[in-house]
Design a binder for this molecule. Structure first.
Ligand code: AMP
Length: 516
């Protein structure tokens, strides 16, 4: 049997000279490829010494560091399941994850050790270790006693590699189970589709508790033997300072808007860049166009989710499956990636035609095995013929480009008619003085639900809600026009830059149905 261990595949991408720099951090540290290989071997040997049952969960809630990356690689090597958690989670949230996942090992920050260890030990976790951003903590002390050579355990493609808890904007967060095969198949497709080269240098400024920073960015760099410039957090000044040495940037749309807000950002500053990638949340067409004008580069937008890793991408080079199309289209997330079957279906389950809004369903080697310990939920989210119901609504255009219209749960049904928030937001965003907007549904005695728009003004502009609503009425059918409009100073976003519509719904509820 060939070994489907993801680490073995990534390891094959390392350069022949292991003394070359693999990662340079914003703390001034350099890690060679040999450091990654040896450090992850020591951690894997320590994990092996615990003699855990296969596929034990190793939950990790720490700040971003190269040592966490090594721990992830060690989990792969030893055949256990990496379970990253957002450092922002508080006690009640961690208590839920620990009770749900029953990890054998929990790694936390030294600062949180008191409360994390208490609740983990109570839940039956045997080992609680610490790791800080400066290579301190008990985890590395333990690993230091182990050998720096390790043979990855033999895996089958469907062996579990990681559990990623969804952000859980409604109900309880669910653990998406991703296998070695899911992750490797996606990384191999992206290697080719995005034209990775061993000479690429990636600016890694994303968090690593999420699919984007952990899988898409890190697998891309490791599988292709590319150097990473490692930023512990996103800082536009720092990105600008490193840009002349880099070729690839992966970011959420907020990265791009913050970079655009900085002076000194022009074509000259990006002269060495090959590719700017955006995803995890929709990029405004305005941002896409301003980036093009300012830098001469066209951002490549892609779409994916915790349950599936990457699903679609705008083309990097001509896509033969789509008549050689090579255009990256603003407001679109591009084509289904090779190997991904994507369809848009209506309420009756039938495939819809060009331009019709429906539920996005997908199938492919990258699609997860199901939700951890939620067999019923898993069954509900798959169709009888094996497609995963993403929960996103979208369209396909005549050239095969996919557009996301929003999450199905964000759909507003007003007087029995479907209102797609993205359509209203698009019109609002194009009104003079509007920087950005988000529309949510709020209960209404007569219509069941009506829209409530939250609008952010461009700097120095004062917006009047009545004027905005009047302008919408000239461009949209009346049933689509929100009944309420609030001008706000910011939109609530999660760590990946996604607007948190659940919070806006709560705010809209609290504001009541006041005048606007
Ligand atoms: P997560 O599981 O946290 O990665 O969130 C996945 C969700 O983010 C998807 O189901 C989409 O709703 C959204 N998303 C990801 N990429 C994009 C994109 N490029 N445009 C619009 N929405 C996106």
């Amino acid at each position: 049997m060939t070994n489907a261990n993801l680490y073995s595949a990534l390891r094959q991408g390392f350069p022949t000279d292991l003394q070359l720099t693999a990662i340079e951090t914003d703390q001034g540290l350099r890690y060679s490829w040999s450091d990654l290989e040896r450090g992850s071997a020591m951690l894997a040997n320590w994990i092996d010494s615990l003699q855990l049952p296969a596929a034990s969960r190793i939950a990790v809630q720490v700040e971003k560091s190269v040592e966490v990356l090594m721990l992830y690689l060690a989990c792969l090597r030893s055949g256990h399941v990496f379970l990253p958690l957002n450092p922002a989670y508080q006690q009640a949230e961690i208590a839920y994850f620990v009770a749900n996942a029953e990890p054998a090992v929990v790694v936390c920050t030294p600062t949180n050790f008191g409360w994390v260890s208490k609740l983990a030990f109570q839940a039956g976790t045997r080992y609680v270790l610490t790791l800080d951003e400066q290579r301190g903590g008990s985890l590395l002390e333990r690993a230091a006693h182990h050998r720096d050579v390790h043979t990855p355990v033999v895996c089958r493609p469907d062996d579990l590699a990681a559990i990623i808890y969804t952000s859980g904007t409604t109900g309880r967060s669910k653990g998406a189970m991703l296998s070695h095969g899911n992750l490797l198949s996606n990384a191999l497709v992206l290697k080719d589709y995005w034209g990775w080269q061993s000479s690429d240098v990636l600016i890694h400024a994303l968090p690593i508790f999420h699919v984007h920073g952990l899988f898409v960015a890190i697998h891309g760099a490791l599988l292709n033997g590319c150097q990473m410039l490692w930023h512990s957090r996103f800082d536009p000044q720092r990105v600008l300072a490193d840009m002349s040495r880099a070729t690839v940037l992966m970011g959420v749309p907020t990265f791009y808007t913050r970079l655009l807000a900085m002076p000194g950002w022009d074509a000259q500053a990006c002269a060495s860049m090959r590719l700017f990638i955006s995803g995890s949340a929709p990029m405004l067409v305005d941002t896409f166009e301003r980036w093009q004008q300012r830098t001469g580069h066209t951002v490549l937008e892609r779409y994916g989710m915790s349950e599936t890793v990457m699903l679609t991408s705008n083309p990097y080079k001509p896509d033969e499956r789509h008549g050689g199309a090579s255009k990256r289209v603003g407001g679109s997330v591009g084509f289904p990636l090779p190997g991904v079957s994507l369809r848009i279906v209506g309420d009756n389950g039938a495939a819809l035609g060009v331009g019709e809004v429906g539920s996005i369903q997908v199938k492919g080697p990258n699609v997860f095995a199901g939700y951890w310990r939620m067999p019923e939920k898993t069954v509900q989210e798959f169709t009888a013929d094996g497609y995963f119901i993403t929960g996103d609504m979208g369209t396909l255009d005549e050239n095969g480009y996919v557009r996301i219209v929003g999450r199905s749960k964000d759909l507003i049904i007003s007087g029995g008619l479907n209102v797609y928030p993205a359509e209203i937001e698009d019109v609002l965003n194009n009104l003079p003085g509007v920087a950005e907007s988000a529309v949510v549904g709020v209960p209404h005695a007569d219509f069941g639900e009506v829209g409530c728009a939250f609008v952010l003004a461009k700097p120095g502009v004062e917006l009047q809600p009545e004027v905005l609503l009047a302008a919408l009425k000239t461009q949209l059918a009346n049933f689509k026009v929100p009944k309420h409009c609030r001008v706000v100073s910011e939109l609530p976003r999660n760590a990946m830059g996604k607007v948190q519509k659940n919070l806006l719904r709560e705010m809209a509820g609290k504001l009541g149905s006041g005048s606007n």
